[in-house]
Structure formats: C-alpha cells, structure tokens
Design a protein around this ligand. Structure first.
Ligand code: FES
Length: 116
C-alpha cells in the first residue's frame, strides 16, 4: 500500500497540551509529543472506536476517554494488552513543518478498530 507525506502543523504552532489531530484520506490521525519526539497513531480506540484525541496523554500514553484503555504513543501498543494495538504512522519534521505518512487509500473495514 503506497503512502504519502502530509503536513499537519508547524512545529512552532504545536499545542502545549502535547497533541494535534488531522484527517487524511479518511484516516484519523493523532499526533502526540513525548519527551520532545513526535509520534502519530490512529485516533480511534481499538475497543469501540472512541476518539483518543479527546483523552489525556500521560507518561507517553494516551488514555481512551470512554473506558480507560491506554495506548503507548511511540509504538501504538495497548498497555495491558486488553485490545489490539493502534496503527502507527511515520512522522518527520521538514523545514519546521510536522508531517505524517498516511496510506493513499481510505481505511478499509478491517482498519475500523472495533473488537468487542
Ligand atoms: S472505547 Fe476505548 S476503551 Fe472502550
């Protein structure tokens, strides 16, 4: 599956709360900053598809606001392994612009992260 880099936000404008979001080709992307590094994951919880971007980021993990699952931003790993891990996206900073690498096609039903 081919992927393309897309700009998200200027590094200078990255929010102090440590997260930003974008939608590219139907992919919901959560961009988080942990220890000075940017990481991007699918912004949909693998339990019941809640938007993780409305949750809190603490100690390198985002907490789902619906039922409290925690996902490590750097790896997408579900801490405690209760649910599937999140898809991650590559991140880079080019000329002060934060970019994410996203598939060129919209997510399929298999990518919809619901595993009840
Ligand atoms: S929807 Fe995220 S833990 Fe249930």
């Amino acid at each position: 599956m081919s992927e393309t880099w897309h700009p998200v936000i200027a590094e200078a404008d990255f929010p102090e709360e440590g997260k930003a979001t974008t939608i590219v080709n139907g992919w919901y992307v959560l961009l988080g900053k942990v220890d000075g590094q940017y990481h991007a994951v699918n912004d949909r919880c693998t339990h019941a598809a809640s938007f993780l971007s409305t949750g809190r980021i603490r100690r390198g993990a985002v907490m789902c606001p619906l039922h409290g699952a925690r996902f490590e931003l750097a790896s997408g790993r579900c801490l405690g392994s209760a649910y599937r891990d999140l898809r991650t996206f590559a991140v880079r900073v080019e000329n002060g612009q934060i970019e994410v690498q996203v598939p060129d096609v919209a997510p399929s039903m298999e990518e919809l992260p619901i595993s009840l």
